[in-house]
Design a protein around this ligand. Structure first.
Ligand code: IPE
Ligand code: IPE
Ligand code: MG
Length: 245
């Protein structure tokens, strides 16, 4: 029997930590902590399923609107994550890219990220991208500015620009391993929107939603979604040569 195809790149909008905390009568930061535990398991599950790229939405350019307490709580968790997970990530041959400008985070978080990215730089297993202070529109704007600059200084001609050129200027295109567009984007917590995640790259992504809050999302539910992906009929605007669809 043929093995079902797995997506090459999965994106996950990890939503519902706040509602999970509320349901458990604990502070929101504890919801984020529970979300981080969930993320650890999903990273390893992704690697075990043979999926090459995973991008998680950890903090959006709009999430700065939240309270200072919540925002700094999330950034502190990054330090905690690196301290507790670096060895295991390395043992699993995981490579990490950060999508987003993280230089405005607290110094301890920046240092932790730099340490993690540096330590895992030569790994060639799962490419794990963390969208941190990431916004799809912000990413496109940054690319447009860079392209304009390159046209102004003569290294590029506007007439010759292609869609691939735009892709290359995004975080995903300029990162190591040249991350392809996501085949599948999953969002937890029952919200059915993209919220500025991989705006350019998601043009033809399959979307899946679940009511499960992110801290309750299990590798089993994830595996069911990956299984269901194989039955999606991706047409990219064309038609199948044979078949009835
Ligand atoms: C997602 O959970 C994590 C981040 C946005 C950082 P939320 O914090 O958005 O959880 P809800 O949507 O309030 O439940
Ligand atoms: C999207 O979730 C961002 C992350 C998961 C990091 P939000 O909770 O911020 O999105 P909205 O506000 O419900 O659209
Ligand atoms: Mg939310």
């Amino acid at each position: 029997m043929d093995k079902k195809p797995v997506p090459t790149h999965v994106g996950i909008i990890m939503d519902g930590n706040g509602r999970w905390a509320k349901a458990h009568g604990v502070p929101r930061v504890m919801g984020h902590n529970a979300g981080m535990q969930s993320m650890k398991k999903i990273v390893i599950a992704t690697s075990n399923m043979g999926i090459k790229y995973l991008t998680v939405y950890a903090f959006s350019t709009e999430n700065w609107k939240r309270s200072t307490e919540e925002v700094s709580g999330i950034f502190n968790l990054i330090v905690k994550y690196v301290n507790s997970e670096l060895e295991e990530l390395d043992a699993n041959n995981v490579h990490i890219n950060i999508f987003g400008q993280y230089d405005m985070l607290p110094k301890a978080s920046i240092d932790a990220i730099d340490k993690m990215v540096g330590r895992l730089a030569d790994n060639e297993g799962l490419v794990f991208n963390i969208a941190l202070n990431y916004g799809g529109r912000d990413e496109i704007l940054r690319s447009v500015k860079q392209l304009c600059e390159d046209c102004r200084n003569g290294s590029r001609d506007p007439e010759d620009l292609t869609e691939d050129d735009i892709s290359r200027y995004l975080w995903s295109g300029s990162a190591n391993f040249n991350v392809p567009d996501p085949d599948l984007i999953i969002r937890t917590s029952g919200e059915e929107r993209i919220s500025n995640f991989l705006t350019w790259q998601s043009a033809y992504s399959e979307l899946m939603f679940t009511d499960t809050l992110w801290p309750d999302f299990t590798p089993e539910e994830y595996a069911e979604m990956i299984d269901a992906y194989a039955d999606r009929d991706r047409r990219f605007g064309g038609r199948k040569e044979s078949g009835t669809k």
